[in-house]
Design a protein around this ligand. Structure first.
Ligand code: RFL
Ligand code: PHB
Length: 389
């Protein structure tokens, strides 16, 4: 089999890249290790930057997003029970949209099915070959049979644990990492959200987040130690802990119910450099990880593949390699700014074991500054709603 761009991974990065190339008449094949249902069953991100929405508009996959997505003008930050709203629309004239990653994925899968572009699910033992030449290949097993896919380019969109980044010779790649000593325990519940907008709460017992997926489905998180076991958390224990970390009004208004999903996600910052190795390109979580506090992971994946699609389109239009040559430097500059913002949001909102009283006062001062300075609030608004693509 032969294609122009072999895409590894059918997460949001791989599917959106496939869609943007498909719209430009560039053939792709996506190889995904899991089944379609498994990919759709993962509960992850919920907040889309305005630029991500615009990219999904250009990809012509945003009809449901505009019908069902919730446009939010701002968020609330709550510090030891003290709550302050940041109105992004007033501060910088931009908004975010709450629409689950699962739904973005579903819309992209549907568009790909409709267009007839090929996705091979449950592709096992995917391996990358000859990407230092102009004839790269990908091999994989499907139903026990070995296949080879010849291509012009390989896009590694296979997430943090994928095969693409692991295929690069160790001497050609540098990685930067910070692991945090805590994770997020999240639950999904079919009850109306506690408030119209997201509430990010700092409390000495730990961080908490009140989020949502729709007017009838809520998503809540509490910070837990990195080695916590999800079985230790009954729904009742979760609700009690959440109530203790938010302000009184929020605690009183919480509509609780049985969880329909409960899981723990570790927090990590990670960047690989560079993101191009001959004819192999990394994008999305394969290239970088951010802690979820800034709601940047999915959005960064989208901006990476927006740039990568432009580079491939320019290459096929006029054999210009300027876009593919510049891809890594171009996206890394934006990636590091999102890393900075996500690290900063994580630092001010979480409780760090072994942090001294001085550090806690600094966290408090960050909150007081944000609340009292329009310049500081505008900086938060600019980063949260997304820096220019
Ligand atoms: P994905 O989604 O991990 O998809 C990678 C795909 O590659 C497949 N794969 C392979 N396929 C073939 N061969 C192999 N060897 C393979 N190895 C892996 C995998 O099965 C998978 O289908 O990466 P992608 O596409 O780069 O997308 C990244 C986003 O999923 C991620 O950044 C976000 O979910 C992060 N994130 C959030 N991002 C936001 O922008 N806003 C948020 O509000 C937000 N909240 C979150 C989050 C992530 C969370 N968790 C669980 C990590 C909340 C949570 C709790
Ligand atoms: C979510 O709704 O899952 C969510 C929202 C905001 C974040 C992280 C996760 O910063």
């Amino acid at each position: 089999m032969r294609t122009k761009v072999a895409i590894i991974g059918a997460g949001p990065a791989g599917l959106l890249l496939g869609r943007l190339l498909d719209k430009a008449g560039i053939e792709t094949v996506i190889l995904e290790r899991r089944s379609q249902d498994y990919v759709l069953g993962r509960i992850r991100a919920g907040v889309l930057e305005q630029g991500t929405v615009e990219l999904l508009d250009r990809a012509d996959v945003s009809e449901r997003l505009h019908a069902d997505g919730l446009v939010h003008d701002g968020v609330e930050l709550c510090f030891d029970g003290d709550k302050h709203r940041f109105n992004f629309r007033e501060l910088i004239g931009r908004t975010v949209t709450v629409y689950g990653q699962t739904e973005v994925t579903r819309d992209l899968m549907q568009a790909r099915d409709d267009s007839g572009a090929k996705t091979i699910y449950e592709a096992e033992n995917v391996s990358l070959h000859d990407f230092d030449s102009d004839k790269p290949k990908v091999r994989y097993l499907k139903d026990g049979v070995e296949h080879e896919l010849a291509c012009d380019f390989i896009a590694g969109c296979d997430g943090y644990h994928g095969v693409a980044r692991a295929s690069v010779p160790a001497g050609s790649i540098r990685t930067f990492e910070r692991v945090y000593p805590f994770g997020w325990l999240g639950i999904l519940v079919d009850k109306p959200p506690v408030a119209e907008e997201l509430i990010y709460a700092h409390h000495e017992r730990g961080f908490a987040l009140c989020s949502m997926r729709s007017p009838t489905r809520s998503r809540y998180y509490v910070q837990v130690p990195a080695d916590e076991q999800v079985q230790e958390w009954s729904d009742d224990r979760f609700w009690d802990e959440l109530r203790r970390r938010v302000d009184e009004e929020t605690a009183d208004n919480l509509v609780t119910g049985p969880s329909i999903e409960k899981s723990i996600a570790p927090l990590r910052s990670f960047v690989a450099e560079p993101l191009r190795f001959g004819r192999l390109f990394l994008a999305g979580d394969a290239a970088h990880i951010v802690p979820p506090t800034g709601a940047k992971g999915l959005n960064l994946a989208a901006s990476d593949v927006g740039a990568l699609a432009e580079a491939f389109i320019a290459f096929y239009a006029d054999r210009s390699s300027a876009g593919i040559d510049g891809y890594s430097a171009r996206v890394l500059s934006r990636i590091w700014k999102a890393e900075r913002f996500s690290w900063w949001m994580t630092s001010i909102l979480h409780t760090f074991p072994n942090k001294d009283a001085f550090s806690r006062r600094i966290q408090r001062a960050e909150f007081d500054y944000l609340r009292s300075s329009e310049a500081a609030a505008r900086s938060l608004a600019e980063n949260y709603t997304g820096l220019p693509m």
